[in-house]
Design a protein around this ligand. Structure first.
Ligand code: SF4
Length: 132
């Protein structure tokens, strides 16, 4: 498999949790809209299979993880797969600036949910530029 020098940005899976959805939306915006030439994403579920192709792809690669809760599934599993986590983005760090707001549901974000996701996406973009 070809080594990519793009920063890998990996959200937690967070299925069934609104902050997991915020993490995924933020990563998709950063990778697909804000920084498509410098970043890419990888499916966390694929990383945890631990197969040889994953190890080859992840070994030594520079990664930013985005987690929806303190269990930090993305960060832990990216490290286990051989990726180098240079930044752990925590959705909760941004959410705390939005006290009293409703962010939507596990399947659909509210306007405030998208505001948080956009703010996190901008932070991710900034980190990608700093890293490269
Ligand atoms: S970090 Fe939290 S929200 Fe994300 S996948 Fe793990 S348990 Fe779910």
């Amino acid at each position: 498999m070809q080594m990519s020098n793009k920063v890998k940005v990996v959200p937690c899976s967070g299925i069934g949790k609104v902050f997991g959805l915020v993490a995924r939306e933020a990563v998709l915006k950063a990778v697909l809209e804000l920084c498509p030439e410098k970043s890419e994403t990888v499916c966390l579920a694929y990383l945890v299979t631990g197969d040889e192709e994953v190890k080859e792809m992840m070994s030594g690669s520079v990664c930013i993880t985005v987690d929806g809760c303190p269990k930090m599934c993305a960060s832990k599993n990216v490290s286990l797969s051989g990726g180098i986590v240079v930044d752990e983005v925590k959705v909760l760090d941004t959410v705390k600036d939005y006290k009293g707001k409703k962010f939507g549901s596990a399947t659909e974000l509210s306007d405030d949910g998208y505001l948080v996701a956009d703010e996190i996406a901008a932070k991710i973009e900034q980190r990608i530029h700093e890293i490269l």
